[in-house]
Design a protein around this ligand. Structure first.
Ligand SMILES: Cc1ncc(COP(=O)(O)O)c(C=O)c1O
Length: 373
């Protein structure tokens, strides 16, 4: 057993130093994992090693929930395409299929992993605390349950009731903050708690943690490139912590600088798009570099809601409003070009917003066939 752990640790170190490399495949092959690409296996194998070395109870993570993170399908979204005859395809990366139900499983795993590797996070001694609009918290809580560490989260009190219940069910403790202050207020609360503590907290600070965007640089970006056979011409997604946009965009830029990288944000500070930031009025995340974007667009909450409903009714895809905003932005972009392959992110599952009233709003006549009595 010891020799296996040493071998994995060695592989992980090499992987960390060199990024994607063949040695990783060699190192991982003894795990006999089902073949769905190797990028996420890297993270998984590294996490397995760390858990064996550092958790309260020694427990194998080989077939745990960690192994289900990443390698999500890329789905064709005809509702966002200009129509028959158009030479533009639109795809959505189905991040709601991650085990925590959102794109945030990837950065959370990477953040925990880097925290343990750097020695900043000792799962036996520290409580992981962070500010999150919900999905990163769900991912942390999921990892905390699987890896036996404690999780505390500051979250705006107006986050959906489904999210709060989910977080508590996974064992996290919640600090509810003023809804009017949004995620900025949640961040302030965490900084306050950490400042007053005597070192029991590990505060990963996803807004300023490079592991956030690196998780997408090393997994989401390569997966998208592979799944489009390198044919992607436009990447467009909304800005929250900005990790998804920064990581995927940097990866694509490195592959081919001519791929358009379009950053989307809500059109007003008082929007209903959980997870997204109106940059002009919000605290700008430290990991954000506006120069990476080749273009910036805004989307209204009503357009986002309308597209979220269309996704459910026309594509059979239950996604959240930020995914609806992404697809609405992708559809607009698709109409503005003659040829191309547009990719966006389906950030989280719509089941988290079932109590929201936007689902009940009437559809425009063009999209819903009324059924006569
Ligand atoms: C539902 C949802 N959509 C979009 C985002 C934005 O992703 P990112 O933080 O990578 O910018 C988040 C982030 O928390 C989210 O929870």
């Amino acid at each position: 057993m010891t020799s296996v752990v040493v071998a994995f640790t060695g592989g992980a170190v090499v992987l960390w130093g060199l990024g994607r490399n063949l040695l990783t495949v060699n190192v991982l092959s003894p795990l006999s994992l089902p073949g769905r690409g190797f990028f996420s296996y890297q993270v998984f194998a590294t996490m397995s090693t760390l858990h064996v070395a550092g958790a309260k109870q020694s427990r194998s993570l080989d077939s745990s929930v960690l192994s289900a993170i990443g390698r999500t399908p890329l789905l064709r979204l005809q509702c966002a395409e200009p129509g028959p005859g158009a030479r533009v395809r639109v795809f959505g990366k189905a991040e709601f299929m991650n085990p925590g139900g959102s794109v945030k499983d990837r950065p959370a795993l990477r953040i925990v992993k880097e925290g343990i590797e750097s020695g900043r996070f000792d799962p036996n001694r520290h409580v992981l605390i962070d500010a999150t609009s919900g999905n990163t918290g769900i991912a942390y809580a999921m990892l905390g349950a699987a890896m036996s560490f404690t999780v505390e989260l500051a979250i705006p009190a107006n986050a959906s009731s489904e999210r709060k219940r989910l977080l508590r069910s996974l064992g996290a403790t919640l600090h509810l903050t003023d809804p009017l202050e949004g995620t900025d207020g949640a961040q302030a609360k965490v900084r306050n708690l950490v400042a007053k503590s005597n070192g029991q907290y590990f505060y990963p600070d996803q807004y300023n943690n490079e592991a956030n965007w690196r998780s997408h640089f090393e997994t989401t970006g390569p997966e998208i490139l592979q799944q489009t056979n390198g044919e992607i011409t436009h990447f467009i997604t909304g800005l929250g912590t900005t990790g998804t946009f920064m990581g995927v965009s940097r990866y694509l830029q490195q592959f081919d600088d001519s791929i358009a990288r379009v950053a989307m944000q809500p059109d007003s500070p008082l929007h209903g798009l959980e997870g997204l930031k109106h940059m002009a009025t919000a605290r700008v995340p430290g990991i954000y570099d506006a120069d990476i974007a080749t273009d910036q667009v805004v989307i209204s909450t009503s357009d986002a809601y309308a597209m979220t409903r269309r996704m459910a009714r026309e594509e059979g895809l239950m996604v959240g409003p930020s995914a609806g905003a992404n697809v609405a932005a992708a559809a607009r972009l698709a109409r503005s070009i003659d040829v191309g392959t547009v990719v966006t992110i389906l950030c989280d599952t719509g089941s988290r917003y079932l109590s929201d009233s936007f689902w009940d709003e009437p559809e425009s006549a063009t999209h819903v066939q009324s059924t006569p009595d």
